[in-house]
Design a binder for this molecule. Structure first.
Ligand SMILES: Nc1ncnc2c1ncn2[C@@H]1O[C@H](COP(=O)(O)OP(=O)(O)O)[C@@H](O)[C@H]1O
Ligand SMILES: [Mg+2]
Length: 258
């Protein structure tokens, strides 16, 4: 899936509702291979909603606009079909599944994402073990149940491991930094840079500037009340740290009045 990459994810005029509540409003965002985009915003702004809408969670209804990968409209595709198109989401709250061993989960997921690739089991295990080493996770993890009994930080590192193993065209990291200590944060940040180098387009969703200090995003977007209110570079994160998200809320009120 990942030769020399030249992929484009286009989100055009996207409005999304959950139940009868409109959450995202005419959102536009373009992510290309090898770019790191950070999406920042306060609680409830709609960040996870955007992630869920991109991966195709059926609870989230697209009311206007579309999502395209390399010009192909994926807005109506099922979740697993989008995964095959190369979209990967690291969950804010990774699920636990008793009795499903990691290695079997990883292998099944890899094969369904890369149906045309012949997978050699021995090589695959070696690759997974190498990645476990990179993420400072114990080799015995492959025989443990999916996320069962893992600490929060270990789960997050496992999610980041999957990003490197599955080689998606695009990855969305939804608050992968929350609950990580500084060492784990650095490891995850290194993985993000590796994914970037391999040509993956990356969307990092976060409240905090902290992870951005390690990954240096190419673009930062601020989401407030379902709309991107500002896009730019590192100076935006500094502004948020200094003034908080209220700065943008006030701006919106002023714009409406004026
Ligand atoms: N599955 C859902 N059911 C009902 N409301 C939801 C659901 N997902 C999100 N929302 C609502 O949509 C808004 C945005 O939520 P979310 O996208 O999780 O924000 P963020 O990730 O920025 O904190 C919130 O008001 C939230 O309560
Ligand atoms: Mg969220």
């Amino acid at each position: 899936m990942t030769d020399k990459q030249n992929n484009v994810l286009n989100i055009e005029n996207l409005s999304v509702k959950v139940g009868d509540k409109n959450i995202l409003k005419s959102l536009n965002l373009t992510i290309k291979s090898g770019e790191i985009h950070a999406l920042m915003g306060p609680n409830g702004a709609g960040k996870s909603t955007l992630a869920q809408a991109i991966i195709g969670n059926p609870k989230y209804t697209v009311t206007t606009g579309k999502i395209l990968i390399n010009g192909k409209d994926i807005t109506d595709l099922q979740l697993y079909e989008r995964a095959r198109e190369g979209i990967f989401l690291a969950f804010q709250e990774p699920v636990s599944v008793q009795g499903l061993k990691y290695i079997n989960f990883l292998r099944t997921a890899y094969m369904s994402l890369h149906p045309n690739e012949k997978l050699e089991y021995k090589k695959f295990i070696e690759q997974v073990q190498e990645l476990l080493g990179l993420f400072r996770l114990d080799k015995s993890f492959i025989d443990r149940s999916l996320n069962d009994g893992l600490s929060g930080g270990e789960k997050k590192r496992m999610e980041a491991l999957q990003m490197l193993l599955f080689k998606p065209k695009f990855v969305i990291l939804d608050e992968i930094d929350s609950g990580l200590d500084v060492d784990a944060l650095k490891i995850v940040a290194e993985a993000v840079k590796k994914a970037k180098e391999s040509g993956t387009g990356i969307l990092i969703i976060t409240h905090y500037k902290r992870i951005l200090d390690y990954v240096s995003p190419d673009f930062i977007h601020v989401l407030v009340d379902g709309t991107i209110v500002e896009s730019g570079k590192a100076e935006i994160a500094k502004k948020i740290e200094e003034y908080g998200y209220d700065y943008y809320r006030r701006g919106e009120v002023n714009a409406k009045v004026g």
